[in-house]
Each structure stands twice: as structure tokens, then as C-alpha cells.
Design a protein. Structure first.
Length: 64
């Protein structure tokens, strides 16, 4: 498993390393799902455009 260190900017943004973007096949305009799980964050590419979903609703928050 490869590990990468990235910096969080003042707006809370991070840049995904190129190798991860390639592995997830993520490009500009793609949407990602972030899940907080057992003190870690999982990232998954959303399988379709957000516009393809009729409604997205927030189901709760997670404290880490």
C-alpha cells in the first residue's frame, strides 16, 4: 500500500496525488464520496454524476 502526505490548505482542500487519481480514474469535474470509518477516511468515485441522482440528502454527521 502506498502512502502520501498532503497538506490541507486554508479552505480545507487537499490535492489528490496523481497515482490515486489514476487508480480511482478520477478527473476534473468528477464527484467523490468520503466516508469516515474507524478513525480513517475512505474515498470512492461517485459512479454517476450528482445530476443523475434525483435527490441527495444528508443523513447525519460523523465525529472522528
Amino acid at each position: 500500500m502506498a502512502e502520501y502526505i498532503v497538506e490541507v490548505d486554508a479552505q480545507g482542500k487537499v490535492n489528490l496525488p496523481l497515482e490515486i487519481r489514476k487508480k480511482l480514474q478520477v478527473g476534473e469535474g468528477d464527484n467523490l464520496i468520503f466516508r469516515a470509518k474507524e478513525g480513517k477516511v475512505e474515498v470512492e468515485k461517485l459512479p454517476m454524476s450528482i445530476d443523475d441522482y434525483e435527490t441527495l440528502t444528508m443523513v447525519g454527521t460523523v465525529e472522528i
